[in-house]
Design a protein around this ligand. Structure first.
Ligand code: SAM
Length: 244
């Protein structure tokens, strides 16, 4: 503790995730169930005994740092995407990444817990976490206390995007080729992400624009049309990103 009102925490882990850039990451966990991530515990917490008992829970809370926004600071009022980027609300009424203390909180489905080459990993399903995210705590999700069926969702009800996602012949072939070399079902992942319409609020009404988003080592090119989204092709970033 630094003083009565100031604290310093060490990361207990780091996230390895399919999301290599912020654009494309869903706005909350559980929306893209095909997303895979894992937490690697860091020393001195990289011990299986710190996790004993956790496997009996289906979901966990992950507390993390919005590390890719640290330089940008925070603002008292935010334009949340759910309000179409038009109206402002107070930062503490939002799940914005730009907060006085840049701490994120996601509830995710727990996968396998295991040791590999002396490293301890926790598999996560449906996470909304950028690759490299520092993790500061993990807690079990307790349905009897944490699930509140009568809770009000304020101005942020679940979004309904009704556009179809189609793939060009080239994109279909690229997905097959990627799956053959990596075993990863990138087609299902891309489809779920784009179906959520990950674009920022100020772009929502713009059509006939191309976008790119990086998943693992691949840059996915897609286009917005009036009635549908079109996945154009996959560009291999392996030359530029030597992390796979
Ligand atoms: N579920 C968390 C929460 O409520 O605290 C995160 C919600 S926040 C609205 C979700 C966005 O955070 C994602 O769309 C992604 O762009 C961004 N994000 C995820 N990990 C991040 C990181 N490590 N640094 C900065 N932004 C991140």
């Amino acid at each position: 503790m630094l003083s009565d009102h100031s604290f310093s925490f060490a990361s207990i882990g780091v996230v390895h995730s399919c999301y290599r850039q912020k654009f494309g990451i869903p706005r909350q966990p559980g929306l893209v169930t095909e997303a895979t991530a894992r937490i690697e515990l860091l020393s001195p917490f990289n011990r299986l005994d710190t996790l004993e008992g956790l496997q009996s829970f289906s979901h966990i809370w992950v507390h993390f740092i919005f590390h890719a926004c640290l330089q940008e600071g925070w603002k008292a009022k935010i334009r949340p995407p759910r309000l179409g980027g038009k109206n402002k609300v107070g930062v503490f009424a939002t799940r914005s990444t730009h907060r006085p203390n840049p701490i994120g909180l996601s509830v995710v489905k727990l996968g396998k817990i295991y040791k590999e080459d002396k490293k301890v990993f926790i598999d996560l399903h449906g996470a909304d976490l950028l690759d490299g995210t520092p993790v500061i705590d993990i807690k079990p999700y307790l349905p009897y206390a944490d699930a509140i069926p009568e809770a009000k969702d304020g101005f942020a009800p679940i979004s309904t995007v009704n556009k179809e996602v189609i793939f060009t012949k080239q994109a279909e072939q690229d997905c097959i080729r990627y799956k053959q070399t990596t075993q990863r079902d990138i087609r299902s992942l891309i489809k779920q992400i784009i179906a959520q319409d990950p674009r920022p609020a100020y772009l929502i009404n713009k059509t006939e624009r191309e976008h790119g988003m990086q998943l693992w080592n691949v840059n996915v090119k897609w286009k917005v049309h009036t009635d549908y989204f079109e996945v154009l092709y996959l560009e291999d970033c392996r030359q530029r990103y030597q992390d796979e």
